[in-house]
Design a protein around this ligand. Structure first.
Ligand SMILES: Cc1cc2nc3c(=O)[nH]c(=O)nc-3n(C[C@H](O)[C@H](O)[C@H](O)COP(=O)(O)OP(=O)(O)OC[C@H]3O[C@@H](n4cnc5c(N)ncnc54)[C@H](O)[C@@H]3O)c2cc1C
Length: 411
């Protein structure tokens, strides 16, 4: 016997940060939603991803009642080190723009959001399969899926949100003629490791070296996350612990004697990355949010933060549309979100190309990068640009001219 479809106001595909935060914000506005995800909660919790929250992202978690754990267990970072020519140069965010970022892993963001949805009676269905989205241009779009027991299920909603990440089904359900993809592939990837060792530095160290980029990042007092630039086809199995440490130590080596504190490598993987934007972010009754609509290289620590920034705007638009009948708010969502997305694309691209060594780079290319890095750290204007972008163009600061234009067009 077919099951009666579940009715809800907003059907959400994807229980990542975008999907769960959206469901939480909608519940606060009195709007029902159902979220489905094809991974189990344990699988999502076990995936190591982003680690840096902008100040506004941390505030979104605390001020909307998700959890204040970020302030109890996360660590504020008031700056980063840019390391080049074998020396470190600190960019002091607090002194330059009066903001910090928070070291708080995406896993913890996910746990906080999933716990908050469970606490508040939210309907989140993990471990589904065969997800399809249908009737996207109709009044009652739907999500079809099989539940954990293999039983076919259906959700019908007023608005459908694709928050299903960069490889989800929602974006590809939009006819090709109705979407434009903006795309940049990079000729390098990151070799990422989790290591059991004490921190080697109090803040993130972004390193430019003759051998390529490295990032020294932290997790806890006893677990650290580090990355080094590698070939996209690199095989992690060919990298025993000794080889990884030798490569990392070589990349950070310098006249100041900085060295990394070593320990067993517990996880290693190659992370390919690219810059990607899909426009528009709306098709009929479906809207896209987070990685489903755009991805950035991780160098600027923007992916997770963009996902949260999208759904903050999307929750406002859905509230306008569903409680005040203002469907125009749904049209305005994409342009408002894309304003930040493209600034973040530029920042992530800039950080990536300034710090990585492209295959075939000439001496001129490397010297030019060093000149660019010196221009950033030697100039208050240069450092301030980096600090503003890294901390996320905080809401607390005055909106810029181009941002005001987008907002005015919406109001
Ligand atoms: C390995 C890795 C490392 C990263 N490191 C960083 C970093 O250091 N800094 C940074 O800022 N960003 C980083 N990112 C990017 C950041 O993690 C993402 O930008 C962020 O997760 C986006 O959140 P989201 O909710 O939009 O998408 P996701 O977190 O991808 O969530 C999408 C959800 O949709 C679900 N889903 C997908 N397809 C379906 C389907 N067909 N049916 C049902 N559910 C589906 C998935 O299971 C997933 O849970 C990294 C990403 C990866 C992959």
């Amino acid at each position: 016997m077919p099951h009666t479809p579940t009715r809800t106001a907003v059907g959400i595909v994807g229980a990542g940060p975008a999907g769960l935060m959206l469901s939480h914000l909608l519940a606060r506005a009195g709007i029902d939603s159902v979220v489905v995800d094809h991974r189990t909660r344990a699988e999502i919790e076990g995936t190591s991803r982003a680690g840096i929250l902008e100040a506004d992202s941390a505030r979104l978690l605390t001020d909307t009642g998700v959890s204040d754990r970020v302030h109890r267990e996360g660590r504020p970072h008031d700056g980063i080190e840019l390391r080049f020519g074998g020396e470190s140069h600190r960019v002091d965010f607090r002194a330059l723009v009066g903001e910090s970022v928070w070291l708080y892993p995406q896993t913890d963001v996910f746990i906080d959001l999933a716990d908050a949805r469970a606490r508040d009676g939210g309907d989140v269905r993990f471990g589904v399969s065969d997800t399809q989205v249908v009737d996207l241009t109709g009044e009652r779009p739907g999500i079809l899926y099989s539940d954990a027991d293999g039983v076919a299920r259906e959700i019908r909603c007023d608005i459908l949100v694709g928050a299903d990440g960069s490889r989800g089904v929602c974006r590809s359900a939009v006819p090709e003629a109705e979407r434009t993809h903006f795309f940049r592939e990079y000729p390098y990837a990151w070799f990422g490791v989790l290591v059991e060792a004490p921190p080697s530095a109090p803040e993130l160290v972004y390193t430019h070296s003759e051998r390529g980029f490295a990032l020294i990042s932290q997790r806890t007092e006893s677990v650290q996350r580090m990355y080094f630039q590698c070939d996209p086809d690199e095989d992690p199995a060919l990298w025993p612990d000794d080889r990884i440490w030798a490569e990392l130590q070589e990349r950070v080596r310098g006249s100041d004697g900085f060295t990394l504190k070593e320990g067993p490598v517990t996880d290693r993987s190659v992370l390919r990355f690219r810059s990607f934007v899909c426009e528009p972010m709306r098709y009929g009754s479906m809207l896209l949010a987070g990685d489903a609509a755009h991805t950035v290289p991780p160098t600027g620590a923007k992916g997770l933060n963009l996902a949260l920034a999208d759904v903050r705007l999307l929750a406002e638009a859905l509230e306008q549309a569903l409680t005040k009948g203002d469907r125009g708010a749904l049209d305005a969502y994409g342009p408002r979100a894309l304003h930040r997305v493209w600034r973040a694309q530029h920042f992530s691209y800039w950080m990536t190309t300034m710090l990585h060594r492209a295959p075939g780079a000439t001496d001129f290319d490397v010297r030019r990068q060093l000149g660019e890095l010196a221009a950033v750290v030697d100039s208050t204007a240069g450092s301030t640009y980096l600090a503003e972008a890294y901390t996320g163009w905080s809401e607390g600061r005055r909106a810029g001219r181009s941002e005001r234009r987008v907002q005015d067009a919406w109001q």
